[in-house]
Write a protein that binds this ligand. Sequence first.
Ligand SMILES: NC(=O)N[C@@H](CC(=O)O)C(=O)O
Ligand SMILES: [Zn+2]
Ligand SMILES: [Zn+2]
Length: 425
Amino acid sequence: MKLLIKNGHVIDPDTGKDGIFDVLTEDGKILRVAQDIEEEAGRVVNAEGFYVMPGIIDLHVHLRDPGLEYKETLHTGGLAAARGGVTTMCAMPNTIPVTDSPEMIRSQTLRAAAECPVHVSFIGAVTKGQQGTEITDIAGMKKEGMAFISEDGKSVMDAGLYRDAMKTAAREGVTVLAHCEDKNMVAGGVMNECEKSRKMGLPGITNGVEDVIVARDILIAKETGAKLHLCHCSTKDSVEMIRLAKEAGLPVTAEVCPHHFALTSSDIPEDDANYKMNPPLREKEDVDALIDGLKRGIIDVIATDHAPHGEEEKEKGFAGAPFGIVGLETSVAVTMTELVHKGILTPMEMAERMSHAPARILGVDKGSLAEGKCADIVLIDPDREYVIHKEDFVSKGKNTPFEGKKVKGQVVMTIVDGAVVYEAE
Ligand SMILES: NC(=O)N[C@@H](CC(=O)O)C(=O)O
Ligand SMILES: [Zn+2]
Ligand SMILES: [Zn+2]
């Protein structure tokens, strides 16, 4: 089956194409990108006025399946991804049971191929059961197609054990995704330590909670030679340390989530846990540093950290609710609104941070619209304005801080392997 996308604004960071072209796909591959393609196709899409980009690759999502299916499943998470323009996502291992064995990587991968409309790669835990005491079978999981290892949800606090895991990761060519949070420094904190937390009478989380582990992990990566990718960076000193690590030639990459560049702790209304996540929303000088880091390429990637939770759980307020917010269905719109339309990132840089760079870090031949590449494509209407409503989400998670936010830029079509998996009304 052939699909012909006519007259879209092709934005491809791989080939550098940035102009009006037609895109023809066949059998799940990109056959041709050129002007005025005349060809019989099973479907012709008029993309006039739309961006045509390689599909979004989200390196950081939580699909809650198995074990917490009331929050999300491989299927509903896949629908949410498709609605968000995401064609490949990497699923964190903090499920029940934890994804910590070759068997689990294999069975999850098989299930996702059958149940999820977009591509999913699974991330294996660093330690068995994420208990922080015994390293998993990293080589075995790698053989089953594991994407990365990560202890996300927490840090491996035993630096000696973590160093051993990183040595194996380096040997196996596996990249380590690091959630940076010194458990002993959190001390019961539930939001950023600042005037806001004091006003709300809630225990705070200092920047140092993140910064000391970012520093530690960069140093362990240096010692072991492991490739390190820093998850959900939120502080200005994280950005500075990543800058220095890159300058020193270390294989360090980093991501920022849309909520961390779009919101500060001052945006938190009274005790609404839809603004509670880890790391927490920081202050303006941190946000400015994150945006500057994204602009300069110190931060490589925008990823969502999609973390669905039940509505009742989030009604418990800052003190009692779990950390985490959804992101799959809002990341393109928030990035367009906050970065592209404000002239901070060009559309090409957005495609780089959301698709091409993640593909490189994941080590897959995607994030490109070059001929012969896999036909994973997103169409975005850059001018369409709408208001985010959680009732419109297809994710089971409705826990968003962007409820009621007016945005500009909407995903209108998502194509996976040449097949349309989502189409806006
Ligand atoms: N980010 C969060 O606040 N929560 C994540 C865990 C994580 O990404 O650290 C979750 O699994 O709910
Ligand atoms: Zn995390
Ligand atoms: Zn996470």
